[in-house]
Design a protein around this ligand. Structure first.
Ligand code: UDP
Length: 234
């Protein structure tokens, strides 16, 4: 196995599937199934899920809502996704724990670093909900920081593109895909992998990022097994 302890970042938007909003039940089930099968390889797995399919802080400003307030609303959105994912995983008999960056003791545990590591060691999938519990951050920053805290080997960023390209592959037909790229080159070429806060956290702490297409069935397992898919940034 290429990795032993991984942090998987899923965007909220991906959960929408073909819908315009919310959670597509088929997509949710597909993710749960893939995660369950990947877990069977014996790795330790933590997950951060975004909330963009329900609410983003930046939307708030257009609606006359204070930005920080909007960000907290976004964090609650990530909790809705996290709870849905937890349930979907448990349907497949996977042991999970949901830990939140905001206190919500009726539905989950608070984030306690040492406890999170303990859960992982016991074979439970740990889902980190509510981001970092702080406005002006994103779930990408959450993925980076939590991965560093739990000493993960890599952040796997599941997206709808199959890696990092020299330009936006949806707009530029001449865009080429990198199989590997350094943190510095991503900066120099001004490529958009994660927001800067999330990205520099990884760079400063030597935490590799693997960008891959999560919607292609079987990709998650292949990456854990060490197949050369996606783009590795280190
Ligand atoms: N958010 C936040 N602090 C965090 C994590 C998330 O304020 O630590 C808010 C922010 O408003 C963000 C929203 O939650 O827009 C949803 O998360 P994100 O946009 O990262 O989700 P994704 O793009 O991955 O679906």
């Amino acid at each position: 196995m290429k990795y032993k302890r991984v942090l998987l970042k899923l965007s909220g938007e991906a959960l929408m599937g073909d819908q315009k909003y919310g959670i597509d039940p088929q997509r949710l089930d597909q993710y749960a199934l893939e995660i369950m099968e990947t877990k069977k390889l014996g790795i330790e797995l933590a997950i951060v899920i975004g909330g963009g399919n329900i609410y983003r802080g930046v939307q708030a400003e257009h609606a006359g809502i204070d930005r920080a307030q909007g960000d907290y609303m976004g964090m609650l959105a990530t909790m809705i996704n996290a709870m849905a994912l937890q349930s979907a995983l448990e349907k497949y008999g996977v042991y999970t724990r949901l830990m939140s960056g905001l206190s919500m003791e009726q539905v989950c545990e608070p984030f306690i670093r040492r406890k999170a590591i303990r859960h992982l060691e016991k074979g439970r999938i740990v889902i980190f909900g509510a981001g970092l519990g702080k406005p002006y951050f994103t779930t990408d920053s959450t993925a980076s920081l939590r991965a560093i805290e739990i000493e993960a080997d890599v952040v796997l960023k599941g997206t709808r593109v199959d890696g990092v390209y020299s330009a936006d592959p949806e707009k530029d037909p001449n865009a080429i895909k990198f199989s590997k790229i350094s943190f510095n080159e991503v900066f120099e070429r001004n490529l958009n992998v994660m927001d800067m806060t999330a990205f520099t956290l990884c760079q400063e702490n030597n935490l590799p990022i693997m960008v891959f297409d999560m919607n292609q069935k079987g990709n998650l397992i292949k990456i854990i097994e060490g197949q050369e898919l996606g783009t590795l940034i280190n």
